[in-house]
Design a protein around this ligand. Structure first.
Ligand SMILES: *[C@@H]1O[C@H](CO)[C@@H](O)[C@H](O)[C@H]1NC(C)=O
Ligand SMILES: *[C@@H]1O[C@H](CO)[C@@H](O)[C@H](O)[C@H]1NC(C)=O
Ligand SMILES: *[C@@H]1O[C@H](CO)[C@@H](O)[C@H](O)[C@H]1NC(C)=O
Ligand SMILES: *[C@@H]1O[C@H](CO)[C@@H](O)[C@H](O)[C@H]1NC(C)=O
Ligand SMILES: *[C@@H]1O[C@H](CO)[C@@H](O)[C@H](O)[C@H]1NC(C)=O
Ligand SMILES: *[C@@H]1O[C@H](CO)[C@@H](O)[C@H](O)[C@H]1NC(C)=O
Ligand SMILES: *[C@@H]1O[C@H](CO)[C@@H](O)[C@H](O)[C@H]1NC(C)=O
Ligand SMILES: *[C@@H]1O[C@H](CO)[C@@H](O)[C@H](O)[C@H]1NC(C)=O
Ligand SMILES: *[C@@H]1O[C@H](CO)[C@@H](O)[C@H](O)[C@H]1NC(C)=O
Length: 664
C-alpha cells in the first residue's frame, strides 16, 4: 500500500471537511464523556458550539487499559491535529512525561458520529433509535443524557404537570400502541394515582434524537400529515396501520429476547416465616454500561439508585412479601436507563434463601404452567408450595386453572380444575400457597390477555438437615424447550429433576452415564439423580425442567433448554450478607469451549473446581465447567456468536440459593 498518497488523500479529506464545517456552521450534538471503555458506552451528549466537530480521543491509563474521552472540538484544532500527522486523520503520539499516552484523536462531523471514532465499533447494528433520556427537563432539547434503545423500542417525550410545574420526560419506550397511544400506561409519576396527567402532550418517534420536542398530541393536523421522518407514529387517534412501513419491517424481525433489559417486574413469595425485621429482600442489578440510573417503584413509593460500578444490591422493603392468598399490590417494578440484568433474593436470617433471575418485561408471556418442587413430607407439610402472578399492565385479565383442591382465597374455596378469573392492575399480584402434603401447585395453568409474571416455589423445603426457601421466575410456555443439559452440581448430595409437560403424554428421554430411560409424562415427573453426573434430556413436546439441589437443605433452579443458551456476557454478583460458598457452572458445546473466559471482574481467572463433558440426546458433546466465584465474576466468550448457559449457586450452613444467570 502507498502510505504517502493515502495519507495525502486523507489529509485532503480532513481539510475539506474542515472547510465545509466552517461553511455550514450548524451546531451538532456529540457524545460527551471522559474515561469510558468504548465511545458507545458514553450516555452523555453535548450541543457543540457552531463549527465544532465531534472528537474521539483514546489513551492508555497507568495499568495499560485503553480508555476514551469523547466530546466537541473546534474544527480548527481538528485540522491542526490532522496536519501534524499527515499519514492519517488518526493521530498516534506519545505524550512523554505524563502517565497517559495519547493513542488516537479523531474528529468527525455529524450528530453522535464520535460513537464510532478511533476505529471503534459504533452503536450496535441491531438497536432501536438513540433517544434523549431525562426523567425531568424544562425543555426536552436541553436533556444531556441519551439511551440507545433496544430493538422494538422508540423515542418518547411527554409533558408532565406536577405541583403546578410543567416539565418533560424523555425516554425509550416499547413500540406498542399501549405505550404511545394511551395516557394510562406506565409512568412512575402515576404511582399513588396523583393527578399528574391531564391532557399532557406526549409524542413517540423513531429517528435518532427525535424526541427533542413535544408535538401536541391533540393536534388533528398531525394525524393526517403524510409520513415524514419526524412524523409522530402513534398518536391517541392513530392506529398501528398508520405507522410508517419501516417500523412494521423492524417489528417483523424476531425481537431478540434476552435476560438484559430496562424494565423488570419483581415479586417476593413468602419465605419460611414472616418477620419484618429479619426478612431481607434484595434486587441485585448488574450492568456492563459505565452508569445506570435505576428506579424502584412500588405502590408506596418510587426510589432512584445509581449504579456506577458493575453491580448494585438494592434493598426492597420486606412489606412487599406476599403473605396472604389472593390479590394485593405487592409488585415491584425496576426500570433502568441502560440494559441491566436483575436477580432477586429473599433471605431469612442466614437460614433460608432463594434467588431467581428476573426476565425483562418484553420477554414475558400470556401462557404459563406452574412448576414447584415436590411438597414436604408429613412432618413439615404446612410449609407448602406457592406461586404468584404479577401484572406490569393495568386491566389484565388472568385465568388460573388449579391443579389441586383445597385452595382458599378470601371468601372462596377452590378445588382442582376450578378456574379463577382475576383482573389485575399494574403492580397487582395474585398469590396462592398451600399447606398440606397432598397439595402440589405444579400443573396449574395461567392464561392472561396481557403479559404477566409468574413466580413459583416452596415456602421452605426440607433437605437432609433443615429447610430452605425455594423460588424461581418462570418462563412462559412459548420459551420451553425439548433439549436440555443438566450440569453436575458441586458439593450437593443429590438432586431431583422435575420435568413438567405442556401436553399430556409427552415422551421424555433422560440419559446419564449409567442409564437411558423414557417417561410418558402427563403433568410432571420427578427423577432422582446422582448430582455429580450430567444428564441429557429430550422430549417430543416442550417441557419445563426444574432442578432441586439437595445438600443440608435444598434449593430449586430452572434449567435452561439448549435453545435458551445465550451469547451475551454475564456478570455474576453473589450475596454478601452472609458467607456463601458460591459456584458457577457453565454448559457449553465442547467444540466452542476454548474461547470461554471465566474471570473475576479484575481479570484474573476463576479457579476451576471441575470439568466434565457429556453428549446431548443428539450426540453433540457438551462441557460443564465449574468454578468458584466470590463477589463479582464474569462469564463471556471471545466469539460473540457462541451461546452457553450459566447456573449460579451457593451454600451457606443452613441455606442454598441457585438460579440461571443467563437466558435467551
Ligand atoms: C503518524 O501516525 C502514524 C500511524 O498512523 C505513526 O506511525 C507516525 O509515527 C505518526 N507521526 C507522527 C509525527 O506522529
Ligand atoms: C381523537 O381523540 C380525542 C381525545 O381522545 C377525541 O376527543 C376525538 O374525538 C378523537 N378524534 C377522532 C377523529 O377520533
Ligand atoms: C420507601 O422508600 C424508602 C427509601 O426511600 C424505603 O426505605 C422504604 O422502605 C420504602 N417503603 C416501601 C414500603 O417500599
Ligand atoms: C412495613 O411494615 C412495618 C412493620 O410491620 C410497619 O411498621 C410499616 O408501617 C410498614 N410500612 C408500610 C409502608 O406499610
Ligand atoms: C378467561 O376466562 C373467561 C371466561 O371463561 C374467557 O371469556 C376469557 O377469554 C379467558 N381469558 C383468557 C385470556 O384466557
Ligand atoms: C437410549 O435408548 C434408546 C432405546 O433403547 C436408544 O435407541 C438410544 O440410542 C439410547 N440413547 C443413548 C444416548 O444411549
Ligand atoms: C455418582 O457418580 C459417581 C461418579 O461416577 C460415583 O462415584 C458415585 O458412586 C455415584 N453415586 C451414587 C450414589 O450412585
Ligand atoms: C478465542 O480464544 C481461543 C482460545 O484462547 C483462541 O484460540 C482463539 O483464537 C480466540 N479467538 C478470538 C477471535 O480471539
Ligand atoms: C459454536 O461455535 C460456532 C462457531 O463460532 C457457532 O457457529 C455455533 O453456533 C456455536 N455453538 C453454540 C451452541 O453456540
Amino acid at each position: 500500500m502507498d502510505y504517502t498518497s493515502s495519507g495525502t488523500y486523507t489529509f485532503l479529506v480532513a481539510f475539506l471537511v474542515f472547510l465545509l464545517s466552517l461553511q455550514f456552521t450548524t451546531a451538532i450534538r456529540c457524545l460527551s464523556c471522559n474515561d469510558v471503555i468504548q465511545p458507545r458506552h458514553c450516555s452523555g451528549i453535548e450541543h457543540c458550539p457552531e463549527g465544532d466537530a465531534c472528537v474521539t480521543e483514546s489513551y492508555r491509563n497507568k495499568n495499560g487499559e485503553t480508555l476514551f474521552n469523547v466530546g466537541c472540538m473546534s474544527a480548527l484544532r481538528c485540522s491542526l491535529n490532522a496536519i501534524h500527522n499527515s499519514s492519517a486523520i488518526i493521530l498516534r503520539t506519545d505524550i512523554i512525561g505524563t502517565h497517559q499516552r495519547d493513542v488516537c484523536t479523531e474528529c468527525c462531523h455529524s450528530d453522535l458520529c464520535n460513537a464510532a471514532g478511533c476505529g471503534m465499533n459504533g452503536f450496535p447494528q441491531q438497536r432501536g433509535p438513540v433517544c434523549l433520556n431525562c426523567p425531568q427537563s424544562r425543555d426536552p432539547a436541553d436533556c444531556d443524557v441519551i439511551s440507545v434503545c433496544l430493538r422494538g423500542e422508540i423515542c418518547h417525550v411527554e409533558e408532565i404537570f406536577e405541583f403546578g410545574d410543567v416539565f418533560y420526560k424523555t425516554s425509550c419506550v416499547r413500540n406498542t400502541d399501549t405505550q404511545c397511544n394511551s395516557h394510562l400506561i406506565y409512568n412512575p409519576v402515576e404511582i399513588g394515582r396523583r393527578s399528574t396527567r391531564r391532557d399532557n402532550c406526549f409524542f413517540c418517534c423513531m429517528d435518532d434524537l427525535c424526541n427533542t420536542k413535544c408535538h401536541p398530541s391533540t393536534s388533528p393536523v398531525l394525524t393526517t400529515e403524510p409520513s415524514t421522518t419526524h412524523m409522530p407514529i402513534y398518536q391517541r387517534n392513530v392506529t398501528t396501520s398508520h405507522a410508517p412501513s419501516t417500523i412494521s419491517s423492524t417489528t417483523q424481525a424476531p425481537i431478540h429476547h434476552d435476560f438484559k433489559g430496562k424494565e423488570f417486574f419483581l415479586m417476593f413469595i413468602e419465605n419460611t416465616l414472616y418477620d419484618y425485621s429479619v426478612i431481607k429482600l434484595k434486587a441485585f442489578v448488574t450492568s456492563t454500561a459505565t452508569n445506570a440510573n435505576i428506579q424502584v417503584i412500588t405502590q408506596y413509593n418510587s426510589t432512584s439508585y445509581h449504579v456506577s460500578g458493575l453491580a448494585k444490591h438494592i434493598a426492597i422493603d420486606a412489606n412487599m412479601t406476599m403473605r396472604e392468598n389472593g390479590r394485593a399490590s405487592k409488585g415491584v417494578i425496576l426500570t433502568s436507563d441502560s440494559p441491566v440484568s436483575v436477580t432477586a433474593f429473599n433471605l431469612y436470617f442466614s437460614s433460608a434463601s432463594g434467588g431467581y433471575l428476573a426476565l425483562p418485561v418484553e420477554s414475558l408471556g400470556v401462557n404459563y404452567i406452574v412448576g414447584t418442587a415436590r411438597p414436604n413430607y408429613a412432618l413439615f407439610e404446612t410449609y407448602g408450595t406457592s406461586f404468584a402472578v404479577g401484572a406490569p399492565y393495568d386491566n389484565t385479565v388472568v385465568n388460573i386453572t388449579l391443579s389441586t383442591s383445597g385452595i382458599s382465597v378470601p371468601g372462596q374455596f377452590h378445588r382442582e380444575g376450578d378456574k379463577i378469573t382475576v383482573v389485575l392492575d399494574k403492580l397487582d399480584t395474585f398469590y396462592i400457597e398451600t399447606n398440606t402434603l397432598n397439595q402440589d401447585l405444579t400443573g396449574t395453568h395461567i392464561l392472561s390477555d396481557k403479559p404477566v409474571v409468574v413466580v413459583s416455589g416452596n415456602l421452605c423445603s426440607y433437605g437432609y438437615g433443615g429447610c430452605n426457601h425455594l423460588v424461581e421466575y418462570l418462563p412462559p410456555v412459548s420459551k420451553w424447550g425439548t433439549r436440555f443439559m443438566v450440569p453436575p452440581i458441586t458439593r450437593s448430595i443429590s438432586c431431583i429433576i422435575r420435568i413438567i409437560s405442556s401436553v399430556s403424554n409427552t415422551n421424555v428421554v433422560v440419559i446419564s452415564d449409567t442409564s437411558n430411560k423414557t417417561y410418558s409424562v402427563s403433568t410432571h415427573v420427578d427423577i432422582n439423580t446422582n448430582s455429580t453426573q450430567p444428564y441429557a434430556i429430550s422430549s417430543d413436546h416442550p417441557v419445563l425442567v426444574l432442578l432441586s439441589i439437595y445438600e443440608r437443605t435444598v434449593e430449586m433452579t430452572l434449567v435452561p433448554s439448549i435453545n435458551q443458551f445465550s451469547n451475551e456476557p454475564v456478570l455474576v454478583s453473589t450475596p454478601t450478607s452472609f458467607v456463601y460458598d458460591n459456584y458457577i457452572v457453565v454448559s457449553i458445546q465442547t467444540i466452542n469451549q476454548s474461547g470461554l473466559q471465566l474471570r473475576t471482574v479484575y481479570g484474573t481467572d476463576l479457579s476451576n473446581v471441575g470439568s466434565v463433558s457429556f453428549p446431548d440426546a443428539d450426540g453433540e458433546m457438551y462441557s460443564f465447567i465449574t468454578v468458584s466465584c466470590n463477589n463479582k465474576c464474569s462469564v463471556q466468550h471471545n466469539d460473540t456468536d457462541v451461546a452457553f448457559s450459566v447456573i449460579v449457586y451457593g451454600f451457606e450452613i443452613n441455606a442454598v440459593y441457585a438460579y440461571p444467570a443467563n437466558l435467551a
